[in-house]
Ligand binder design. Structure first.
Ligand SMILES: [Zn+2]
Length: 275
């Protein structure tokens, strides 16, 4: 809780200029960043040293036959110091877990604590590129630079290199599959990034698409309070229906599947074709 308050405070100091959406990365205004940084430096003086290692809440999985119905909720375009923490609170209260796919350029002084909290609670922290651009228009070198930047940012905060990748706009080509050594994750979505889609509709659509082995695609980035609100319904309702809410890694583990790195955009663990 204390970390949440601190992260929210940092976001407040930094201003809403850093909030981003699916189509933008934001946070590039140098004067905004500079004024925010000095405020957060003082706010951080009472925190533990940065070398403190992160101990995930979940370090090992059950054997596959011990699982019932499993589903992986995933969130894109964060971290966001406010909406991401609202979502983490709901999962924490319900003893459930999910996965986040982060935009590297959204990881800054105002969101670092949020990324650490994700890892400490046993959530999976994955890559959604650095700049959220159409990577199918990039060279292999440009693609690798996007991936390396975000991998390093996340590893520095969580101690773990991201295992999975979600392509921005789900735009892919052969060059991307060749350049990126991670499984590509898609998901069953409901356009929750669109501000005209209400929390009620998000909850209805997610629950309607729920199935054993599915990956659900949602968005925590861009101050998505509608999705944060919908999660308050979705998480307990799925649990009532007998689902275990797991990370993407745990979903594949529960199904006894080793995810491939080429040619598949996974929306279900058991998927064997591109779509
Ligand atoms: Zn996105």
């Amino acid at each position: 809780m204390r970390r949440y308050v601190k992260a929210a405070f940092a976001a407040f100091l930094g201003g809403l200029m850093f909030m981003t959406g699916c189509g933008s990365t934001g946070g590039n205004d140098v004067s905004e960043k500079t004024s925010g940084e000095s405020a957060v430096t003082s706010a951080k003086t009472d925190t533990a040293p940065p070398e403190t290692s992160v101990t995930p809440a979940v370090t090992s999985f059950k054997s596959p036959e011990e699982y019932g119905k499993v589903i992986a909720l995933t969130f894109d375009d964060g971290p966001d110091a406010v909406s991401t923490n609202m979502i983490l609170d709901v999962f924490e209260e319900n003893n459930a877990r999910a996965s986040f796919f982060l935009i590297g350029d959204n990881i800054d002084y105002s969101t670092e604590e949020t990324v650490k909290r994700e890892a400490e609670l046993g959530f999976e922290v994955n890559s959604h590129s650095r700049t959220h651009s159409y990577m199918d228009k990039m060279t292999a070198e440009e693609i690798k630079a996007e991936m390396d930047y975000t991998d390093e940012k996340i590893k520095a905060l969580t101690g773990v290199t991201p295992r999975f990748f979600r392509p921005p706009y789900i735009a892919v080509n052969d060059t991307m599959f060749e350049a990126i050594d991670k499984p590509f994750i898609n998901g069953l979505g409901c356009n929750d990034w669109d501000k005209s889609v209400s929390a009620e509709t998000i909850a209805e659509k997610v629950l309607a698409q729920a199935e054993d082995g599915a990956i659900i695609l949602l968005h925590d980035g861009g101050s998505n309070f509608r999705t944060a609100e919908a999660i308050k319904t979705i998480v307990p309702e799925l649990q009532k229906q007998g689902y275990e809410l797991v990370t993407v890694s745990e979903l594949f583990h529960a199904k006894g599947i080793e995810p491939q790195e080429d040619g598949i955009l996974y929306s279900r663990a058991e998927q064997t074709s591109m779509y």
